[in-house]
Design a protein around this ligand. Structure first.
Ligand code: CU
Length: 224
């Protein structure tokens, strides 16, 4: 090969190489653009899970969300005097015993706004920690176990609850809901959340170190 021919081949090689480099660059660019597009879509759909589900065939998934919130107050659930609100669902169908220590569980509650939600709270605690006096924010009933069977005590909305011996309360401060929970009773009330949001619920009775701790005497109600 003479010099000129060599130069020709070299130039050609360079041209091909740079073309392929440009192509690689363009390909990378396209992939990057696609990734950016997917990212944009993902943020629009609220995450990749949203994209995946949007690509899945529509399925008839039944709504499992219930309009009944069944929960327990379990004394010493966390051990060391840490009482806790525990959702019945998170116990996998097992009925808890009072004073059976467990590990911290997610006790957040998810409900839908605009529909009546029935709360059924079984208090396994027999401790009397405070006397509650106040007006019933919503109608509520508590069921006492007496020697002659179960006895229901009912309060109407606005009715004064005088000096009721309680172990805990279920209080939603932002909604001025404050329900007394007497010892060893089942407390039932119905509440309709008017708008979506995240509402703190807690016990306001000084009942031990579980007070003010998420998963123990505190959690959130997520209203969708
Ligand atoms: Cu409490």
């Amino acid at each position: 090969m003479n010099n000129r021919a060599f130069l020709g081949v070299a130039v050609l090689t360079l041209v091909v190489a740079s073309a392929s480099l440009a192509q690689t660059f363009l390909l990378t660019q396209t992939v990057n653009d696609q990734n950016r597009h997917i990212d944009q879509l993902a943020s629009q759909f609220g995450g990749l899970a949203g994209i995946v589900s949007s690509l899945m065939p529509t399925q008839n998934t039944p709504t499992t969300q219930s309009n009944v919130v069944q929960m327990y107050v379990i004394p010493d659930f966390g051990g060391g005097g840490y009482d806790a609100f525990i959702l019945a669902d998170s116990l996998g169908g097992k009925v808890p015993n009072a004073s059976s220590p467990g590990t911290v569980l997610n006790n957040n509650i998810t409900v839908t706004h605009g529909v009546p939600i029935k709360f059924v709270i079984s208090n396994l605690d027999d401790a009397v920690l405070q006397n509650f006096t106040g007006k019933a924010p919503v109608p509520f009933t508590y069921y006492n176990n007496t020697d002659s069977g179960q006895m229901a005590v009912q309060y109407n909305q606005g009715e004064t609850v005088p000096e009721l011996a309680i172990s805990h309360t279920l209080t939603i401060p932002d909604l001025q809901v404050n329900i007394p929970i007497p010892p060893s009773t089942m407390v039932v009330f119905t509440y309709t959340f008017s708008s979506p949001g995240v509402y703190l619920y807690l016990c306001t009775t000084p009942c031990g170190p579980g007070m003010g701790l998420n998963g123990y005497m505190q959690g959130y109600i997520i209203v969708t």
